[in-house]
Write a protein that binds this ligand. Structure first.
Ligand code: SR1
Ligand code: MG
Length: 416
């Protein structure tokens, strides 16, 4: 009974739901309904009544960006709903409230986030979000830690993996668009031609890069460490000056934690490099760029601190059994092991951040950070700086020991 909802069908559907009707208020015939989706996959409606509004998301049976030639399972709406429900429990106040879900229509109704805007748009405009690092590190530390073997029993963890195992079509998009296509000739690749033509060729010939990205791809495919958001870029985050809400977890599955953290860092790095190509009031450019780099540092440092604190206080999962680390000697050894764990995770964050950057410059799905730089040459210069850093992060990952190494390298490339 699935059908793509148009305004009138959506009005009828919502009018049949007493809770939502009460929330919206007034005569359903007078509700204002607008389709506002500008993402790659779905329909998004804003519905406003006399006493309130809601956001409605419906999955299309195909990739919106490409059209019906690229079918995509509606089941992604189910996984998104499941992930949002779990994230709401684990990171309360950091995701939109869920109001209704219809499995057949692949439709979810959520709290209308107002006056929030998509963070990427704010970054393009040069807006700073002082509370962002604190919020996103809480979100990531809690959702990743509490769905991992560090917090769960082996049985609970395996149930979690099984619940999301069917979301493989969305994983396949990531496997192809992020870890494969930018490094080969693929019909849907695009880049800022002609300026980046030579760089596109060099990516296809760079065997060290191919090895590095293939290692990351394997890690993505074969490391079910925790429940990931799976698409945690700045287009999946809505903000005001003081609030952060994470949306759109339709790519959720159990994967490597570094993928989510790397996504946030990659998108901030791109905002940093893109800044040179955007209009800014005098003096604001340097302040904005300094804030972005500082935020990148806070994202890793804050995440690591919060994650470690959870491990120390709530690390009762079946991994690292408490009984094996009894006594002062055990506590010291376990603490050292935690530091080793975080260093390994940091290395993966660096690699994933690199892959997430390169895909936005040579793959199918680009981002407005770069795309809104009208002059192609100016855009290509910003993109080339980002790619140069990303290549180093992916191939010479070991030389990036701290997040300061990443921001320091970005700073050096700013005027390259
Ligand atoms: C075909 S989907 C392209 C991209 O849009 C989503 O936001 C994901 O990032 C995906 O890779
Ligand atoms: Mg999305």
């Amino acid at each position: 009974d699935y059908r793509i909802l148009h305004e009138a069908d959506l009005r009828d559907h919502l009018a049949g739901l007493p809770d939502l009707t009460a929330r919206l208020g007034g005569d359903p015939a007078a509700w204002d309904i607008t389709e506002v989706g500008d993402g790659n996959l779905n329909l998004v409606f804003i519905v406003k009544g006399t006493s309130g509004g809601v956001a409605v998301k419906q999955a299309l049976p195909y990739v919106r960006l490409v059209g019906e030639s690229w079918p995509l399972p509606l089941s992604r709406a189910h996984y998104e709903y499941l992930a949002l429900s779990r994230q709401a429990e684990l990171a309360p106040g950091l995701v939109p409230a869920l109001l209704h879900h219809d499995e057949t229509l692949a439709l979810t109704v959520m709290e209308l986030l107002e006056p929030h805007i998509i963070m990427r748009k704010g970054l393009v405009a040069g807006t700073q979000y002082p509370g962002f690092a604190g919020d996103i590190t809480t979100f990531m530390a809690r959702t990743l830690f509490f769905t991992s073997d560090l917090a769960l029993s082996a049985a609970e963890k395996k149930e979690g993996i099984a619940a999301f195992a069917g979301n493989h079509a969305l994983c396949k998009i990531t496997e192809d668009l992020i870890f494969t296509d930018p490094y080969r000739i693929a019909e849907q690749n695009r880049w800022t031609a002609p300026y980046l033509d030579a760089l596109a060729v060099s990516l296809r010939d760079d065997m060290e890069l191919h090895v590095a990205v293939s290692r990351l791809k394997l890690k993505f495919m074969a490391s079910p460490e925790a429940l990931l958001h799976g698409d945690l870029h700045t287009g999946s985050i809505m903000v005001t000056a003081s609030q952060t809400r994470v949306i759109d977890p339709e790519f959720a599955f159990y994967g490597p934690m570094g993928f989510d953290v790397g996504a946030v860092i990659a998108n901030l790095l791109m905002a940093y490099f893109a800044s040179a190509g955007h209009e800014r009031a005098p003096g604001e450019r340097a302040a904005f760029e300094a804030w972005v780099l500082e935020t990148i540092e806070q994202v890793w440092i804050g995440f690591a601190r919060k994650f470690l604190e959870l491990w120390r206080t709530a690390g009762t999962g079946d991994a690292y059994p408490v009984s094996l680390f009894a006594g002062p000697q055990g506590a010291t050894r376990l603490e050292a092991e935690r530091q080793t764990y975080m260093q390994r995770l940091f290395t993966e964050v660096v690699g994933f951040a690199a892959a997430k950057t390169i895909r936005r410059i040579f793959g199918l799905a680009h981002n407005i950070d770069f795309e809104l730089i009208e002059d192609a040459k100016t855009r290509a210069i910003s993109e080339a700086r980002a790619v140069r850093l990303a290549r180093a992060m992916m191939v010479e990952t070991g030389t990036f020991r701290t997040i300061g190494d990443v921001t320091g390298a970005a700073r050096k490339l700013r005027n390259w």
